[in-house]
Design a binder for this molecule. Structure first.
Ligand code: M7G
Length: 329
């Protein structure tokens, strides 16, 4: 019941947001100006597919590598969930084509009105080789990383090889996604920006996914956290939960709040997803509950710089090769 109420609750603010066709100047990873807008030309009309990186009939998505005007691009197409509030329109406004009838059983193909048949589309362009690898289905291996391994193997690697975090700076500097911010605490030490993750289309709370990005720029990941950061972590936990309750009517008991180790982007951020939604990367081998992180730092201020941490790496990940070279795998 509470979820249904929350589902309805989301309609107002989110729809209002969608109505406002806002434009914001942004800088892309190359420092160039970029435009964000709601209605735009179809940059995918000339897309040339090179390879399907992965697809899933169950999750109803496909990850494609190809070219947009000679630039490498990754395109993610994903069918969106059916929303309870659109059922009436869906059932009355669609065309039904009978596939088969047998006794009391019938199957149909339902052709929905276009506005109820959208495909969430994410475009990364220009995409680096690392982006292409990130979305390609590959076998994974669990790595055991001691504090020493982190300093001698992982840290030098991520200092050279990690994804640009320009998109994060654009958010913090309001050059991109400013209109999507749900909550902001501008304090330079304990502040953060909470906004929808780009994996979430914000149409329903069932798959709610927000990220809290810290204002401080010198914390790469969980490994850098010490008891000194407890006020920051507690602030994110407390204010993030309050903001989500206020905006989406979802109580803390319905949230999974965690950090990834290893993350893809080395600027500290916290994931807020709805409990029950199997968000990509929420498994025990990668997700660390913020509540546990806080407790661990209370009991040992250097917990995350000294403990052995476990995480999966894909077969083609350069970091995995480094662990192999160091005979740590
Ligand atoms: P992560 O743990 O570093 O890596 O999380 P992951 O992508 O392997 O989970 C970064 C999070 O930021 C992910 O949940 C991404 O979906 C999200 N994200 C990435 N980018 C490039 C953007 C963006 O431009 N805007 C927003 N709002 N979210 C993003």
């Amino acid at each position: 019941m509470a979820d249904t109420a929350a589902k309805r609750e989301i309609e107002k603010p989110v729809n209002e947001e969608i109505q406002q066709v806002k434009r914001a100047k942004a800088e892309d990873e190359n420092g160039r100006g970029a435009e964000q807008e709601s209605g735009c030309e179809n940059i995918l009309s000339g897309f040339k597919t090179s390879k399907v990186l992965s697809d899933s009939a169950r999750e109803k998505n496909i990850f494609i590598h190809g070219k947009i005007a000679d630039q490498d691009a990754v395109v993610i197409l994903e069918k969106t969930p059916i929303r309870e509030d659109s059922l009436a329109e869906l059932l009355s406004g669609s065309t039904l084509k009978l596939e088969m009838r047998n006794d009391i059983y019938c199957t149909y193909r339902l052709q929905a009105p276009p506005q109820l048949n959208e495909i969430k589309t994410t475009v990364v362009c220009p995409a680096t080789e690392k982006h292409v690898k990130k979305y390609q289905r590959k076998e994974s291996f669990l790595v055991e990383e001691t504090g020493e391994d982190y300093r001698f193997i992982t840290l030098p690697y991520i200092q050279q090889q990690s994804f640009s975090v320009q998109w994060v700076y654009n958010i913090l500097e309001k050059k991109a996604e400013a209109e999507r911010i749900v909550y902001e605490d501008p304090d330079p030490d304990v502040g953060f920006v909470l906004l929808p993750d780009f994996k979430w289309d914000q149409k329903q709370v069932d798959d709610l996914y927000l990220i809290a990005i810290v204002q401080k720029r010198d914390i790469k990941s969980l490994r850098d956290l010490t008891s000194e950061h407890l006020p920051l972590l507690q602030n994110i936990f407390q204010k993030g939960k309050e903001a989500i309750l206020q905006r989406y009517a979802l109580p803390a008991s319905k949230l999974r709040v965690y950090l990834h180790y290893q993350p893809s982007y080395y600027h500290l951020h916290v994931h807020f997803t709805k409990l029950g939604y199997e968000a990509p990367g929420c498994g025990v081998e990668r997700a660390h509950l913020l509540a546990d992180v806080i407790q661990n730092l209370w009991s040992d201020p250097r917990y995350y710089s000294t403990r052995t941490l476990y995480f999966p790496l894909r077969a083609d990940d350069g970091l995995l090769s480094k662990f192999k070279e160091a005979e740590r795998l």
